[in-house]
Design a protein around this ligand. Structure first.
Ligand code: PRP
Length: 208
């Protein structure tokens, strides 16, 4: 799929194995998630536009670089929060918006309960963070919301995705590049990714 980048390397594959393992404790789960988020941030940043300017070293003037656009991170509550800190460490001047979406357990449709984002979304690069792209309903709703608020340059950062979720998000928002660290096999009838890792929000926050 042209919109999809699966970010992978041996460290990520090892960390996904920690995440998949049902015996993994919360602190190990959070650490593995945090490491994968660094790798996602680095990969996504390859597409950032740059500005050039002169910088004076102690010895001479040379070319310096900075990011052209303001970066806005938008974690989808709750599980998206687990990716924020790594992205902020890599992009310290990023602004952060929040979208609260809860997937209805029966209909599997997202229900929104919170929204707060910085101004100037129209001239920012907006990165939605959600470790799980299952049916794709939550992330698709997040982009619809953000686009209604003016966002035009959007990216999806997920950790694990289903083919169904990728299909939905790329058909609803063909302009949005999708990054994930693992493309899994399928969804089950309850909308869980298989083989998956369970529910990232519950496993991160200990609310199983
Ligand atoms: C989970 C997950 C995603 C969403 C993915 O959130 O964290 O946000 O479901 O599913 P979808 O692609 O089918 O929409 P959940 O609703 O369980 O809320 P939580 O993050 O508060 O646990």
């Amino acid at each position: 799929m042209k919109n999809l980048t699966v970010v992978s390397n041996p460290l990520i594959l090892r960390d996904i194995t920690y995440l998949r393992n049902k015996e993994t404790k919360e602190y190990q789960f959070r650490l593995a998630l945090r490491r994968i988020a660094y790798a996602l941030a680095i990969e996504i940043s390859k597409e950032f536009e740059m500005i050039e300017f002169d910088v004076e070293t102690p010895l001479e003037i040379t070319k310096g670089y900075n990011l052209k656009k303001q970066i806005v991170l938008v974690p989808v509550l709750r599980a998206g929060l687990s990716l924020v800190n790594s992205f902020i460490e890599m992009i310290p001047n990023a602004k952060v918006g929040h979208i609260g979406l809860q997937r209805d357990e029966k209909t599997l449709k997202p229900v929104d309960y919170y929204y707060k984002a910085p101004k100037n979304l129209d001239i920012s690069k907006v990165i939605v963070l959600d470790p799980m792209l299952a049916t794709g309903g939550s992330s698709s709703a997040a982009f619809t919301f953000l686009k209604n608020k003016g966002a035009v340059d959007c990216v999806m950062a997920s950790l694990i995705a289903s083919p169904e979720g990728i299909e939905k998000l790329s058909s609803d928002h063909p302009d949005v590049p999708i990054y994930t660290a693992m493309l899994d096999r399928e969804l089950n009838e309850n909308g869980f990714i298989l083989p998956g890792l369970g529910d990232a929000g519950d496993r991160t926050f200990g609310t199983l």
